[in-house]
Design a protein around this ligand. Structure first.
Ligand SMILES: [Zn+2]
Length: 350
């Protein structure tokens, strides 16, 4: 009889704190559940539930709720009333999205497991889950993540493997506590520079994407695990420098002159620039030459350098047979390219 553990729990008084009703072919919530007001942990995984009932709202002490492997098509709205909920498992359902309203009601949530669903979109309001430490959305259909997700200040784990992501928001660097970022089996072509500023990041899984080259600052990350097999990474195919002089535009020459002057603290020029918003805007787009350190705007050479991360961090776990990583290096001129150290390659156009 499927209701047996519930009857036993009820007979045990209304003080029962934990109840498990897994794999009982339940189509509805069992009668009497709402009376168990002391319940803190409720496991209903592997059933046939597609909705919750309003009396569920009586479970004000519930901290852990497992609704995994059921047939929900949306995150049930009754959950917004469960203010003490800390861990919510909704993996293995048919959920396509989460209403913005939901995010406001689950403010004590620490763990949200939405693996194996049909999410193609996350609402920007996700940032309201401000206590979230672990968000798992493996095996969904996400094409992007909202930049608002990057303001989850307590987030330590973000699992997004097996989706259709093509890029990450530049704001990802704001996830200052993030330690684990799993992005394997997506369609990511380029990584934002901000990723390299994530001081807490220890595990980065990028296997099976479309990455050819990494930002140079990737070497600054304190990773203990890095996976990047199954990407079309640039290989070592030396390309000779084209021996020609740079022809710079007047704008570029002026910009380089101003950038050099600002670097040597030309105060009157600094003051003049401060009063000119347009000039400030243009100069803010400057890049720095990896060879001579000078600032420039447009005329640069994109090169690739191969960094043996295994040699730098010997204890780091990586994919087996990992080759040196190709990282992007920017140079201001052919002159700097010809002066380069060994191990710098032009990018071959296939
Ligand atoms: Zn240079």
């Amino acid at each position: 009889m499927p209701e047996w553990p519930l009857l036993r729990a009820l007979r045990g008084g209304h003080g029962t704190r934990s109840l498990s009703l897994t794999a009982r072919r339940l189509h509805n919530l069992p009668w009497g559940l709402a009376k168990m007001k002391a319940l803190e942990c409720l496991n209903l995984r592997d059933n046939r539930l597609c909705r919750l009932t309003p009396d569920m709202e009586a479970l004000r002490r519930l901290k852990v709720l497992n609704l995994g492997n059921n047939i929900f098509e949306e995150v049930p709205e009754q959950l917004t009333c469960l203010k003490s909920l800390q861990k919510l498992h909704l993996f293995g359902n048919k959920i396509t999205t989460m209403s913005p309203l939901m995010c406001g009601g689950l403010q004590n949530l620490v763990l949200l497991n939405l693996n194996n669903n049909l999410f193609s979109y996350l609402p920007p309001e996700i940032h309201r889950l401000e206590n979230l430490e672990c968000l798992s959305l493996n095996n969904n259909q996400l094409r992007s993540i909202p930049k608002e997700l990057c303001s989850l200040q307590k987030l330590r784990e973000l699992h997004l493997s097996h989706n259709s992501l093509t890029a990450l928001p530049e704001e990802i660097e704001h996830l200052a506590e993030l330690q684990i970022l799993r992005l394997s089996r997506n369609q990511i072509e380029e990584l934002p520079e901000g990723l390299c500023k994530m001081a807490s990041l220890r595990v980065l899984d990028l296997a099976g994407n479309k990455i050819q080259i990494f930002p140079a600052a990737i070497q600054n990350l304190e990773l203990v695990e890095l996976y990047c097999e199954g990407n079309p990474l640039l290989q070592k195919h030396p390309v000779n420098a084209i021996q020609e002089e740079d022809v710079l535009t007047l704008k570029e020459i002026t910009a380089r002159f101003i950038l050099a002057q600002l670097k040597s603290n030309n105060l009157s020029l600094l003051r003049a620039i401060k009063q000119n918003a347009e000039a400030q805007d243009i100069l803010s787009q400057q890049e720095e030459c990896a060879q001579c350190g000078c600032g420039f705007l447009n005329m640069w050479l994109e090169c690739v350098q191969f960094v043996d991360v295994k040699q730098v961090k010997q204890r780091m776990m990586t994919s087996r047979n990992m080759h040196p990583l190709p990282v992007r290096i920017l140079l201001c001129s052919y002159k700097c390219f010809n002066r380069h150290d060994e191990g710098l390659f032009g990018i071959a156009v296939a």
